[in-house]
Ligand binder design. Structure first.
Ligand code: FAD
Length: 358
């Protein structure tokens, strides 16, 4: 029998961030990771504190962005790979109304830390349509999620802490109130970081994860800037020269488990509204985001089995929210501390759904 502190099920952004957070707290972990329907592998990896038409500041933006900068910078050092790219985001204005809106909003003191510069006229950046100017945001950038996850996997595999295996629920034994057993592994905790697959998990299928399909295109173009362009559609540079990931779509219907012509057209139309260089589509991808009804992560303990926990609901902002959720969940597992940030993410807000499901 091998003993570990925590089994982690899932090796996407949620599982990787939790594995790192627990490892940094000197906890012995074991990850079971099946790489199917992995939203994290499709993600463009953007992090951006101010989003949407109404210029909404992300929930707890100051804390979320402080945490993510520290977390990914530390992870780069530990894993000895480059995947964290802080970079300004440029959002062109498509009309004079939009320019006016942003002018008014940018005076808000709570947004000041995230605004680098406003442009009331075109920046004349080659390939960008911005005749009404635009806004340059800071504390923004992207994580190359594929490299990040690959680096985590390699790091933990070398220490026999990562298995490329599907975790099978029927082999899980709830030994007693302080441990679980899975085949020859005994653990104090098990945390499910399964993305939308949690809807198949017999212990957590009552958690209201709403699948949200998204598609992206990879394009080749001569676009050259030192910022990320993002207005209804984003372009994130890939490691292959002159290639960009552009996207994404947001579709709750999930009519097909594949790429669609409709999504391709939608992304291309949005891209052509802000970019004017010729381009070639060289790839198309799809994934399913695990969203939560209130757009906050879902972390915490099972209502009855206190050895089991969940980290899910990262939605459209997995890169920004996974470090915060992982840090707070790992703290709670070790120190039992209560605080208002943990409470806002606590799965206990959905416990009534569990009791109804019995
Ligand atoms: C098109 C698209 C673009 C996106 N762009 C961005 C972006 O720019 N910025 C951003 O922050 N977010 C973005 N996202 C959202 C982001 O991808 C998600 O928030 C995040 O990836 C969710 O991570 P996760 O680990 O919870 O889920 P997942 O990535 O789905 O990972 C869960 C993993 O668990 C594994 N698993 C499940 N059950 C088991 C089991 N029983 N045994 C073993 N393994 C199991 C699955 O196979 C999967 O690999 C995007 C998503 C999509 C689809």
């Amino acid at each position: 029998m091998k003993e570990v502190d925590c089994i982690i099920v899932g090796g996407g952004l949620a599982g990787c961030c939790l594995a790192l957070a627990l490892h940094q707290k000197e906890k012995n972990i074991l990850v079971y990771a099946e790489e199917a329907n992995q939203s994290s592998a499709v993600a463009a990896g953007l992090f951006n504190p101010i989003t949407g038409k109404m210029l909404t500041k992300t929930w707890q933006a100051d804390l979320v962005f402080k945490t993510l900068h520290q977390f990914y910078a530390d992870a780069e050092k530990l894993l000895q790979q480059k995947f964290f790219y802080p970079k300004p985001i440029y959002r062109p204005f498509l009309s004079i109304e939009e320019q006016n809106n942003w002018m008014a909003q940018s005076q808000e003191p709570k947004l000041a830390a995230f605004i680098k510069k406003m442009f009331l006229q075109s920046t004349h950046t080659q390939g960008v349509k911005d005749s009404f100017g635009g806004i340059l945001l800071q504390q923004t950038g992207f994580v190359d999620t594929q490299i990040f996850m690959h680096a985590c996997k390699q790091y933990f595999q070398q220490q026999n802490k990562w298995l490329n295996e599907k975790f099978k629920y029927d082999a899980l034994q709830l030994a007693n109130d302080s441990s679980i057993q899975y085949h020859t592994i005994k653990a104090q905790h098990i945390v499910f970081c399964e993305g939308t697959n949690s809807l198949q998990n017999p212990y957590f299928n009552w958690v209201p994860i709403k699948p949200l399909k998204g598609e992206t295109l990879t394009i080749q173009t001569d676009f050259q800037t030192d910022f990320i362009i993002n207005r209804g559609v984003y372009a994130v540079p890939l490691k292959q020269a002159q290639q960009f990931k552009i996207g994404a779509t947001y579709d709750h219907r999930i009519e097909s488990q594949s790429i669609t012509e409709e999504a391709k057209r939608e992304i291309q139309e949005k891209w052509e509204a802000i970019a004017e260089l010729p381009y070639q589509v060289i790839n198309q991808n799809w994934g399913i985001r695990p969203t939560s009804p209130d757009r906050k992560p879902i972390i915490g303990l099972h209502p009855q089995h206190k050895t089991m926990a969940i980290l899910n609901g990262l939605g459209t902002k997995g890169v920004s929210l996974a470090p915060l959720a992982a840090v707070y969940l790992s703290d709670k597992m070790i120190n039992q501390n209560d605080n208002s940030i943990y409470d806002a993410m606590n799965v206990s807000r959905y416990y009534s759904l569990y009791w109804k499901s019995l």
